[in-house]
Design a protein around this ligand. Structure first.
Ligand SMILES: Cc1cc2nc3c(=O)[nH]c(=O)nc-3n(C[C@H](O)[C@H](O)[C@H](O)COP(=O)(O)OP(=O)(O)OC[C@H]3O[C@@H](n4cnc5c(N)ncnc54)[C@H](O)[C@@H]3O)c2cc1C
Length: 417
């Protein structure tokens, strides 16, 4: 099934062009090859020449993405990116995410894309040359190492990893986990406490992000943490044991670590939500298509009211999630304060996504949980999103705090803005 993307009369010509060009690549190049492009990793029936053919196909698609001017939508043109505005990128994501794994073919894969954005904003010219350029060129991989097993990630001020200054070096000690891309990474951006590490713990103390090459002595990648029943993963547990790096590896001023994390996560949450909408769109198409063809108890599924209810509920979930996310992206683009809206979509969209995929799985029966369809992977991704980048409860607290602050200040909420 092809994704149906038509120009939207209220959108700019440029956004319509981006959506249409992205859909053309998704429909013509990616969807017809989707199972072949990636499943060789898990399917032993593929031969060496199949694997090589899949690699060539991926390179071919990347070339077409570049020719269409869509490569690396998050990067400026001077760094080989598409130079899209925030809103243009958000609209592109809902289309490219329809196809499994398409982000890699469009050059925008987390955590590399987030690290690129941070290096662009906080990196010195030398750091950009050494880390950013090879990352963009695909000659290096990276990870973002913030969460710790023994401290709540929901409360980043509690992080314990320290960086102590010794002459021209930072000496890093700490225990991290869920550092995604950890096995492939050539370097990590590590969140460290850099306020007087010898003094008493200060909750509001300063954090700094520091670049740590993986080959540095003392960087011990212990394991890939098993996730969702898979025995291994690329979300790694890492011990930093007296790791010494030059002070020139520090990103930005000492103490800007929290701000840099917010810069990364705020935009990332909107992009993740637009991706989720593309995936919901796919799950919806799959569900409706199946309901029209599967015969049960004397009629196709579409004739049963239970299933009609699924179609209506999923339609409502997708529209609501999409409009909320676009509203937030417009606010970001327009320079407004989007923090309450970001928290709202970070709660609502993954929950809506979970419901939409859950219904699609139900309609497909056993096939729904099989690896033949993308639904099972989507379900895991949707559930995981309710924890990663800040769990639901933390975002609810933030919404209530922002709303109450305004009412205590003698104002009320303006839902039009
Ligand atoms: C697949 C995956 C990939 C990840 N990739 C990365 C990565 O690349 N780099 C990285 O640094 N981290 C990464 N993470 C970690 C992620 O950011 C953290 O899991 C997240 O911030 C939550 O922290 P935690 O797991 O320590 O949960 P905790 O902070 O221990 O929270 C556990 C639960 O407590 C509840 N809770 C928390 N605060 C409150 C409150 N105030 N009131 C009520 N309830 C509350 C919530 O339900 C929450 O889910 C990844 C996680 C996953 C699952």
């Amino acid at each position: 099934m092809r994704m149906n993307v038509q120009p939207v009369p209220t959108l700019s010509e440029r956004v319509n062009e981006i959506r249409t060009l992205t859909a053309q690549i998704v429909n013509k190049e990616i969807l017809p090859n989707e199972n072949f492009l990636w499943t060789w990793r898990t399917d032993a029936r593929f031969t060496e020449s199949d694997i090589e053919h899949a690699r060539q196909l991926r390179e071919d698609i990347k070339r077409k993405v570049k020719e269409a001017g869509l490569w690396a939508p998050h990067l400026p043109q001077e760094y080989g990116g598409a130079g899209l505005s925030f809103l243009e990128h958000a609209y592109m994501n809902e289309v490219l995410a329809y196809a499994v794994g398409a982000a890699a073919l469009f050059g925008v894969v987390a955590p590399n894309s987030g690290n690129q954005t941070i290096l662009l904003k906080y990196g010195t010219e030398e750091q950009k040359k050494k880390w950013l350029v090879p990352l963009i060129e695909g000659k290096m991989e990276s990870g973002f190492s913030m969460t710790e097993p023994d401290q709540p990630g929901s409360d980043p001020r509690s992080l314990k990893t320290t960086a102590r200054r010794d002459g021209d070096e930072w000496v890093i000690n700490g225990h991290k986990w869920f550092t995604s891309n950890g096995k492939r990474a050539d370097f990590f951006i590590v969140m460290c406490r850099t306020d007087d590490p010898d003094g008493p713990a200060d909750r509001n103390g300063k954090m700094t992000q520091i670049i740590v090459p993986k080959e540095t002595p003392g960087v011990n990648v212990i394991r890939g943490v098993p996730v969702w029943g898979n025995r291994d993963s690329d979300h790694c547990e890492i011990i930093y044991d007296n790791v010494r790096v030059p002070v020139t590896n520090q990103l930005g001023q000492t103490g800007t670590g929290h701000q840099a994390a917010q810069d990364r996560l705020g935009a990332g949450r909107v992009y993740h939500c637009m991706n989720s909408i593309g995936q919901m769109w796919r799950a919806f198409d799959l569900m409706v298509q199946r309901s029209m063809t599967r015969e049960v108890h004397g009629g196709t599924l579409e004739t049963k009211q239970f299933i009609q209810g699924f179609i209506a509920d999923s339609y409502i979930d997708i529209q609501a999630a999409r409009l909320m996310t676009i509203h937030t992206a417009e606010k970001m683009e327009g320079g407004g304060d989007p923090r309450t809206d970001i928290s709202a979509i970070k709660i609502f969209v993954p929950a809506a996504y979970t419901r939409v995929v859950d219904r699609a799985i139900q309609v497909w029966g056993a096939a729904g949980v099989s690896g033949d369809l993308p639904l099972a992977g989507m379900y895991e991704g949707a559930r995981t999103l309710r924890i990663a980048d800040g769990p639901d409860e933390v975002h609810k607290i933030l919404i209530a705090k922002n709303v109450l602050k305004r009412y205590h200040g003698g104002q009320s909420w303006d839902f039009g803005n």
